[in-house]
Ligand binder design. Structure first.
Ligand code: ACO
Length: 376
């Protein structure tokens, strides 16, 4: 039996051709291409193709992939009606998790796991997730649904369905970059969850539903909401230092900092910091960005030596806020993007599957007597 590693730290549990991470140097590559390069030059659609095929598409391939994705944007009518019946107080991550699971009910062959079917179902969920989120948000605001527009890209179509108007080019591109940066990240908790579920030869819907549940946690994708709560709690720039020092003294975790793998600044945080700065200036949210910079300064001074730096969630909070997204939509945005990565891992796992079944180290008693119920 091998050594026990709490939280599976450092354990290699799968092989992947999708993303490479060097946590010491702060490197993240998708199929060998540095994440910053993709953020500058790629689109979300192209990035998903790259991850699913381990190569960049030719122009004709990208066109066909994008066309196929766009043709699947709309959700079944019965599911749209069902959204209208959901409690308006429901939390969007619970809604997204539930509705991804429900998509299986509209599939005639939901359990098919051959390579073509796995890709087909993955594309279907990826294409429909924006409508699931946008429709629910409009329902809770008492607004009519805005149908998907197949002439628009993934990012632009989502913002159009959410807000009922096309975003500016800058906003659409900023959102597209966020989607690219969040798509994949090695064997993180939610990706591992998806791979564990599909390794039983369950189905794509179950694997993706489980992954959404994992991402929701505040130690994982839910941290971006936590960052925004923290920024709202700090009244001004002068209050940053005492606020953060107080948290460190109480040994509270500061959301958006620290990472199991990165001991340097998360490379996605560099790209998001640039985006946050530009959008904060454009939208008059400089105080938010300035507070973020000050938090990073205090944290780096106090905890940098321990390898605790901003992670992907830290500057994505300001970025999403400046794009005009409500706080409880931050983690669903992460999920919408990460569906590309989760699906790629599900496809990869199915192509070379072995059931995940680790071992627990038993630490309880042995040979214990069975005490009759009346004598306990
Ligand atoms: N603030 C303050 N201290 C921290 C932080 C933080 N954000 N993160 C880690 N530490 C400290 C811990 O208190 C601990 O200190 P100790 O050794 O003195 O007890 C040490 O660093 C190690 O921390 P662990 O929690 O054991 O590290 P682990 O690898 O298990 O955790 C995690 C990684 C969960 C991301 C952690 O850094 C954390 O809770 N961060 C805040 C939540 C967050 O931002 N999550 C998003 C991560 S990115 C993503 O999932 C998309």
């Amino acid at each position: 039996m091998s050594d026990y590693a709490k939280g599976l730290e450092g354990i290699i549990a799968a092989e992947t051709e999708m993303s490479f991470i060097d946590g010491q140097k702060g490197v993240l590559e998708y199929v060998g291409i540095p994440i910053g390069e993709l953020g500058k030059n790629s689109t979300f659609e192209e990035t998903v193709f790259l991850l699913w095929n381990q190569r960049l598409p030719k122009a004709s391939e990208l066109e066909a992939f994008t066309k196929d994705l766009r043709s699947r944007y709309e959700i079944p009518g019965a599911l749209a009606e069902r959204i209208k019946a959901l409690p308006t107080t429901a939390q969007p991550m619970h809604v997204l998790r539930t509705l991804i699971s429900e998509l299986a009910l509209y599939d005639n062959d939901p359990n098919a796991n051959d390579p073509d079917s796995a890709r087909d179902k993955s594309l279907n969920v990826l294409a429909k997730a924006p409508a699931l989120v946008a429709y629910f948000d409009r329902h809770r605001r008492g607004l009519d649904f805005v149908k998907p527009d197949a002439s628009l890209g993934f990012a632009e179509n989502f913002l159009n369905m959410l807000n009922g108007e096309k975003p500016t080019e800058t906003m659409a591109r900023a959102f597209d970059i966020c989607m690219i940066l969040h798509t994949d990240h090695g064997l993180n908790n939610s990706t591992f969850t998806a791979r564990v579920i599909i390794s039983t030869l369950s189905d794509v819907y179950s694997a993706l539903t489980g992954a959404v549940g994992s991402l929701r946690g505040p130690l994982h994708g839910g941290a971006n909401e936590g960052v925004m709560h923290m920024l709202n709690e700090i009244p001004d720039l002068d209050a940053v230092e005492p606020f953060i020092m107080g948290k460190i003294e109480r040994k509270d975790k500061i959301m958006g900092f620290g990472h199991r793998v990165y001991k340097a600044k998360d490379p996605r945080a560099f790209a998001l910091q640039g985006l946050a700065k530009q959008l904060a200036t454009d939208t008059g949210n400089q105080d938010l960005f300035n507070k973020s910079m000050k938090i990073e300064e205090v944290m780096t001074r106090e905890l940098g030596a321990k390898g605790i730096y901003p992670n992907v969630d830290f500057y994505s909070a300001t970025t999403y806020h400046c794009i005009g997204l409500k706080l409880d939509l931050f983690t669903p945005m992460f999920a919408m993007s990460r569906l590309g990565g989760w699906s790629g891992h599900v496809i990869e796992q199915l192509s070379n599957n072995r059931l995940f079944r680790p071992t627990a180290k038993y630490v309880g008693p042995h040979d214990a007597p069975y005490v009759a119920i009346g004598d306990r």
